[in-house]
Design a protein around this ligand. Structure first.
Ligand SMILES: NC(=O)c1ccc[n+]([C@@H]2O[C@H](COP(=O)([O-])OP(=O)(O)OC[C@H]3O[C@@H](n4cnc5c(N)ncnc54)[C@H](O)[C@@H]3O)[C@@H](O)[C@H]2O)c1
Length: 271
């Protein structure tokens, strides 16, 4: 990353896969970088602080929000689980986070949504910012809830909110679907940075997908967010292969295998 951005930044879920990638890339590039997670994080950089806490602990969240301009909210259960296991971290947790940000007068929240919020759209049709919410499962429902919360806090309280529908964050694409959905770590760093840097906007939805030849995303990012991804999953085509006749959930839907979990009937009925 280049110059220091004059924003005081909080990252929740900073001990996780995406959180570690961002915090390593951003260390030293912000006057204050605060890392929040239930897992304790060691830091040695003078501008980096860490707070160990739960999203359910509003006092810990208030401490985390102090003097912060921009929050990246990653802390959540990042996968399909029974609904009861998702309610506390992903629904109550998102609400607690937005409320703490409102109390602290934070100006921007970047919310880690997921392609799973629109997972039942077909890969061949693709998705866009205006795509109907079409969750692949209960996890996707919780991410759609977070987007709705973001829209509310943008309209009612004037917080600038970006919801990033992250697709497949991996070092390299792992299957046929990810030729369309891969988000490389370096493009992920660029995407969040573009949201931090963006001039004032109210509410935006953007996809976390690299510049893949077969990308599932059918429109450019919103004008406010200057995200220019560099990587293309196609360079992995030979090792992954592509079978146009494959008719599994993974090959048919934006949400991939999550769409097939507990699915009843014929995939053909989901157009
Ligand atoms: N990895 C992906 O491909 C992907 C795709 C779409 C969306 N996302 C979203 O991005 C975010 C980060 O994903 P990840 O892959 O880094 O997940 P991860 O599981 O690696 O990291 C999540 C972090 O959040 C923390 N956390 C969870 N619940 C918490 C709570 N109640 N209080 C405090 N900390 C808590 C965990 O300790 C963990 O360090 C998640 O919101 C996920 O839904 C990820």
């Amino acid at each position: 990353m280049g110059e220091v951005l004059q924003k005081r930044l909080l990252i929740t879920g900073a001990a996780g896969r995406i959180g570690r990638t961002l915090s390593e890339a951003y260390e030293g590039h912000f006057p204050l970088l605060r890392l929040f997670d239930r897992v304790a994080i060691r830091t040695s950089h003078p501008n980096t602080q860490s707070i160990a806490g739960e999203l359910s602990d509003s006092a810990a969240l208030d401490a985390a929000m102090k003097d912060i301009d921009c929050v990246i909210h990653l802390a959540a259960v990042p996968e399909e689980r029974p609904f009861e296991e998702l309610v506390e971290p992903n629904i109550m947790g998102a609400y607690q986070l937005f409320e703490a940000a409102r109390r602290a007068k934070v100006s921007r929240i970047i919310y880690a949504s997921s392609i799973q919020a629109v997972g039942f759209h077909r890969l061949e049709t693709g998705v866009s910012q205006g795509s109907r919410i079409r969750p692949s499962g209960y996890y996707g429902v919780t991410k759609a809830f977070g987007e709705a919360l973001g829209s509310l806090y943008a309209d009612k309280f004037g917080i600038s909110v970006a919801c990033l529908r992250i697709a497949s964050f991996e070092p390299a694409p792992e299957d046929q679907r990810q030729l369309a959905t891969w988000l490389s770590p370096s493009d992920c760093v660029k995407l969040f940075r573009a949201c931090i840097e963006a001039d004032p906007f109210s509410f935006a939805i953007a996809y976390g997908v690299s510049a893949n030849t077969r990308t599932v995303v059918k429109d450019p990012p919103p004008a406010a967010i200057n995200f220019q991804p560099s990587n293309d999953a196609e360079v992995f085509l030979r090792s992954i292969g592509f079978d146009p006749e494959l008719k599994t959930a993974t090959s048919l839907f934006a949400g991939g295998a999550y769409c097939g979990l507990g699915f009843t009937g014929d995939f053909e009925r989901v157009k």
